[in-house]
Design a protein around this ligand. Structure first.
Ligand code: ACO
Length: 402
């Protein structure tokens, strides 16, 4: 038996693996994925059971501490998160420095990065208490920051958190309440939002999580690491796919235009891809997409939305792609973002808020992974190698001789 860890430690192995398609960069006991079977577990619990029986804050506890909480632990955790939902009042000025029509993700990258300036009493990563406070602060404040970024982009006043509400309802309240009208959170929307958050909470070593780990491996503080994760998540091949997917559906416009979109997606000379389809790891139906599809149907039915053209295009595209040999053979199934985009659209969120909502949900995963890495005594700074393909050594030529 080859001891691969030993070979690596001795520097005897050099792999070339662009995109890290087959390289494990760490040990982790948080999330398990079997891409061929389409299975996902958080700390051993199947995602389907959690989606059915748990709720987002309980999943946060599970991801962070490794076990489901008992009633007292849950109450204490909820209390701690609820006590940290406000952001420092001075942060309002920071928001106001951005252009009024900034994309909420742009604002979030900046504001979350700046948390290390506002909360520098929890940036010493050698202190377990400070690490814990930083984790709770981020889980508690990210919804507030995302909602503020949204309100700012809309030119509406910020809405303060309402701590009598549960996590998902509070987020909806901060996004949709306005001082001039009553707003009561619809429990159907709150349940759907909680589910979106649960299903996006962690997904092992995806691009943004790997970014958080890589940034954290140098000893950077957790706020800076999560800001790096948010920046990575923004890309359309990752978290930005839900926004890109809805924009694509709108561009397709009507059901009659779907065959042309399918034709373009298959054309190798055309950069067009069906956004919301395909996944690096899942070569079977994404289990999160299955749960999300049920939620999407439920939300659309309960809200009585049946005549929205974008949603009609989505349903028909899904049907056609699932029967098309190109997509079937390449195992390109609709992913979680295809359905989360549909739900968020039905809820009334603009597409620019789709990725910030993903960021709010993934924060607990980023922090859990960061915490696991920091607690590992064998952890090293992340430092990928390269295959150099540039010039061989040559002599410098003075500017007038070039
Ligand atoms: N539409 C059309 N063709 C596709 C698509 C798509 N969405 N996705 C993959 N393919 C094709 C590729 O052209 C390639 O074809 P080839 O073998 O003939 O060259 C083949 O399927 C494999 O694709 P890769 O790009 O090698 O797969 P990879 O694992 O690198 O990419 C990714 C996965 C980035 C998710 C890709 O499927 C994609 O771009 N999807 C659209 C964006 C998206 O929805 N991203 C969200 C991912 S989920 C998440 O972040 C939560």
């Amino acid at each position: 038996v080859i001891d691969i860890r030993k070979l690596y430690a001795e520097g005897d192995v050099f792999t070339y693996d662009p995109g890290f398609t087959s390289t494990a960069a760490c040990d982790s006991a948080i999330t398990y994925i079997d891409g061929d079977k389409g299975e996902l577990q958080y700390r051993g619990y199947p995602i389907e059971q959690l989606a059915e029986q748990s709720h987002f804050l309980e999943v946060c506890y599970l991801l962070l501490y490794g076990e489901l909480p008992n009633a007292a632990q849950m109450q204490d955790f909820e209390h701690r998160v609820t006590n940290h939902t406000m952001v420092h009042e001075q942060m309002h000025y920071f928001f106001r420095g951005f252009r009024r029509d900034s994309h909420p993700m742009a604002t979030m990258v900046g504001v979350v990065g700046a948390m290390s300036a506002f909360y520098h009493d929890s940036t010493d990563i050698s202190d377990p208490w400070q690490r814990e406070v930083a984790a709770i602060r981020m889980i508690a404040k990210l919804p507030t920051i995302a909602a503020m970024a949204y309100k700012y982009s809309m030119g509406q006043p910020f809405v303060y958190p309402k701590n009598s509400l549960d996590y998902a309802s509070n987020f909806l309240h901060m996004c949709f309440a306005v001082p001039c009208a009553d707003y009561v959170v619809d429990p159907i929307l709150s349940k759907a939002m909680d589910r979106i958050m649960m299903l996006h909470a962690d997904h092992e070593q995806n691009a943004s999580t790997s970014t958080v780990r890589l940034a954290g491996s140098s000893g950077a503080n957790p706020f800076a690491c999560v800001a790096a994760g948010i920046a990575c998540l923004w890309g359309p091949a990752h978290g930005g796919a839900n926004q890109a997917c809805l924009e694509m559906l709108r561009e397709i416009g009507t059901v009659e235009n779907i065959p042309e979109a399918i034709r373009r997606a298959k054309d190798k000379n055309d950069p067009f891809r069906l956004m919301g389809f395909g996944h690096r790891v899942y070569k079977n139906f994404d289990p999160r997409a299955k749960v999300m599809k049920e939620s999407a149907d439920e939300v659309l039915d309960l809200l009585g939305i049946h005549d929205n053209e974008t949603l009609k295009v989505a349903k028909e595209l899904e049907r056609i792609a699932l029967e098309d040999t190109y997509f079937v053979e390449k195992k390109l199934y609709p992913n979680v973002d295809f359905y989360s985009g549909i739900i968020l659209e039905a809820m009334g969120f603009p597409t620019s808020m789709f990725t910030p909502i993903f960021a709010v949900s993934r924060t607990v995963g980023w922090i859990s992974q960061w915490k696991e890495m920091i607690g590992d005594p064998t952890q090293k700074i992340g430092r990928p190698r390269q295959l150099y393909i540039g010039q061989t050594a040559r002599d410098y030529v003075a500017v007038n001789d070039r």
